[in-house]
Design a protein around this ligand. Sequence first.
Ligand code: ADE
Length: 263
Amino acid sequence: MAPPPPPPPAESLPTCDSKRSISTIAIIMAMQTEALPLINKFNLSLALHSVFPVGVPWVRYHGTYKGLSINIVLPGKHPTLGVDNVGTVCASLITYASIQALQPDLIINAGTAGGFKAKGACIADVFLVSEVAFHDRRIPIPAFDLYGVGLRQAFATPNMSKDINLKAGKLSTGDSMDMCPIDESSIIANDATLKDMEGAAVAYVADLLKVPAIFMKAVTDIVDGDRPTSEEYLENLSAVTAALGQAVSQVIYYLNGKCISEL
Ligand code: ADE
C-alpha cells in the first residue's frame, strides 16, 4: 500500500478566518442622530451607489481608518412621517442586507438604551453587552417560550473588555419604548440592565449568518427612575450619542490590525 501523502507545508494551510486581520466592519445603528458623531469623527461619506435594493430608504456611510473599512448602516427615514425607522423589523432587514452586501468580519450594533439604576446603569454610561434576549415575544407553549425569548450571547471579547473600560450588562429588546408590567417581568426574567429596540434582532441575523456581533449601548433614560422616558430620552440624546461615539471610536482603534480571535 502506498504511504499516505505528506502534510502540506505550513504556509499552504488554509488561513482560518479568525486569524486574519479584521478588514471590514458594519456598524448597525437605528437613528441618524446616534450615528452623526462617528460619521464626523471618521469623515465617513454617504455611499452614492447603493449596495441595497432600489427604492429602500436604507443608508450607508463608509470610509477607512488605517486600512479598516468602516460602514455605518442605518434604516433611514419613514417616507411620510420623516422619522427614523427604529425597531426590530428594520434592524433585522438592514443587518441581513449589510452582511450579504459587505461580508463584514464583525457587526457592531451601537445605539441608545434605557438603563435600570437598580442594576447599576447611569445616564451616559456606555455598556458592552454580554447577552441579548427579547422581552415582548411571549409564546406560553413549551419550547416556543424559549424560542420567543431568543437568548443569544454577544461575541466574547475578553481582551477588549479588559483593555477598554466599559460597563458590562445584559440587554433586553422589544418594539416599544414604554414598558408595560408584563414586559417589565420579562425584562427582570432576562436579568437585563438595559432595554432597547434593536439588539436581539441584530443578534438573531448575525447568528443566522455566523458573523460575530457585539453590542454597545449608551443610556439615555433611567427606566426605573421617576422621569417620563421620552422626556428624559430627548433631553439626554445629544450628550449621550457623543459618549457613544467616543466609546465606539475606542473600539475601532482597538480593532485595527487585530484578528477576531484576539478580541
Ligand atoms: N432607547 C433609548 N431608551 C429606550 C428605552 N427606554 N426603551 C427602549 N429603547 C430605548
